[in-house]
Write a protein that binds this ligand. Structure first.
Ligand code: PLP
Length: 455
């Protein structure tokens, strides 16, 4: 049998060099297994991807059927039945006014397409002076250069800064740390909208293309939910100035928060909406940009051509996988399951960590939850960045057969640690209990190791 150690000699340029990774060999339901037979509960869906868990028979069958018929037909020559059906399905479930879907192969590609489509839209309608994007600090929109430029995580951007387009960044919506002691959540949301308004005035409202934001922030700061009314205020502000609102739901969308799109819970509709991870559930690489009909019409009246494209746009097998994933979510009423199991997860986390001296905040929505780790709970002091607590928690969790998604730099790209949980929508209440038990052990062991000075 192939054992983990045989992979110490690798020809793969891995994310981190010099580390020996376990070799994943099979997956079923919420469980992944490595070559040594060790089982891991996938409590993060990888990076909030595997919304149906692993090896779902309906998705696997749909992919087999599509491969037997047709794997690939370049989109400059053909459309396919399966891409058309997927687009129909997505548009039917999309926020108000969305009229078409542009298919790509992942989240960063969806963001790149959104940035370029937004810019070209203004060229099409005779406003070529619009050239600025505004986004938020502590956001993550992907690792390609455009996506990295709108992203607001200082550490991820730093060494590539000379290559990035100039993007203005405003404050994230981060209640735990930034809402004033006497400020209501609504007043906090209004304050942030005012800050955005001031930034737009500084740039000149007629020079701004779009405001880009994750509806619920994922990877870089751990399931930060928007303050009540914040996105309605942002929508009004954008409308007042003819600025587009691009919502990035690559991580928080497609059911993860209990509604198909996270923005449904904010009562607004974006101009452009990016989706990816839960779209294909990890069965195939796929993302999409959902586009307001008004924008489609402007292209149709104008050049009739979006000056963009990739070789694998609308790949037939990827579309078949995504269509099957979306059908299972509807058929098995998994949005309701996500909401109910999300309540179980919140209750379980609150019971285990609600009074924990090193857990400052428990937050999120649906099956998209995080805990923020602190050295001092009363003062909200983070652990020192050099301790890399997040990495230790990941290691301790893996040792206990648990996959979670911890990250450092929660507060400003350098300081702060959180652990993100995003289990598959099929997770059971009993499995949630196991996840939280193992996470509790992993957090306690990591902090005990720091206290023991074994760092
Ligand atoms: C909100 C958000 N946008 C974009 C991306 C980039 O997606 P991908 O890694 O598929 O390129 C991610 C990935 O984590 C994300 O969380």
């Amino acid at each position: 049998m192939l054992c983990a150690m045989t992979r110490a000699m690798t020809r793969v340029f891995h994310r981190t060099l010099g580390r020996t990774l376990p070799v994943a060999v099979s997956g079923s339901g919420v469980t992944l297994r490595d070559a040594d037979g060790k089982a891991y509960i996938d409590a993060s869906g990888g990076a909030a991807v595997s919304c149906l868990g692993h090896g779902h028979p309906d998705v696997v069958a749909a992919m087999h059927a599509q491969i037997d018929k047709l794997s690939y037909a370049h989109t400059s020559f053909f459309t396919t039945e399966v891409a058309e059906e997927l687009a129909d399905t997505l548009v039917a479930g999309a926020p108000d006014g969305i009229g078409q879907a542009y298919f790509v192969s992942g989240g960063s590609e969806a963001i790149e397409a959104a940035l370029k489509m937004a810019r070209q839209y203004f060229v099409e309608i005779g406003q070529p002076e619009r050239r600025h994007f505004v986004a938020r600090r502590q956001s993550y929109h992907g690792n390609t250069l455009g996506a990295l430029a709108v992203g607001g995580n200082a550490w991820r951007r730093a060494q590539f800064a000379p290559l990035l387009i100039d993007v203005a960044h405003v404050s994230p919506c981060y209640e735990y740390r930034d809402r004033g002691p006497d400020e209501t959540p609504e007043a906090y949301g209004r304050r942030l909208v005012t800050e955005l308004a001031v930034e737009i005035e500084r740039l000149g409202p007629r020079n701004v293309i779009a405001f880009v934001a994750e509806t619920v922030v994922g990877a870089t700061s751990g399931a930060l939910t928007p303050a009540p009314g914040y996105f309605r205020g942002v929508r009004e502000l954008c409308d007042r100035h003819g600025i587009l609102l691009i919502l990035d739901e690559v991580m928080c969308g497609m059911g993860r928060t209990g509604t198909l799109h996270a923005c449904e819970q904010e009562g607004i509709s974006p101009d452009l909406l990016t989706i990816a991870k839960g779209l294909g559930g990890g069965y195939q690489p796929i993302g999409a940009l959902l586009v307001q009909q008004r924008i489609v019409d402007a292209f149709a009246r104008g050049s009739g051509f979006f000056q963009h494209g990739h070789t694998y746009l609308g790949h037939a097998v990827a579309c078949a996988a995504a269509l099957a994933v979306q059908r299972v979510i509807t058929r098995d009423r998994l949005l309701e399951a996500c909401t109910r199991r999300g309540e179980d997860l919140r209750a379980s986390l609150t019971q285990r960590f609600g009074a924990h001296p090193h857990v400052g905040d428990i937050r999120g929505r649906g099956l998209f939850m995080a805990i923020e780790l602190v050295a001092d709970r009363a003062a909200k002091t983070p652990f020192e960045a050099k301790l890399k607590l997040h990495a230790r928690v990941k290691q301790e969790a893996m040792a206990r057969g648990l996959m979670v998604y911890p990250m450092g730099g929660t507060i400003d790209g350098r300081l702060g640690d959180h652990v993100l949980l995003a289990p598959p929508y099929i997770v059971t209440t009993q499995e949630i209990g196991q996840i939280v038990d193992r996470l509790g052990e992993a957090v306690d062991a990591s902090i005990a190791a720091l206290a023991g000075g074994s760092h």
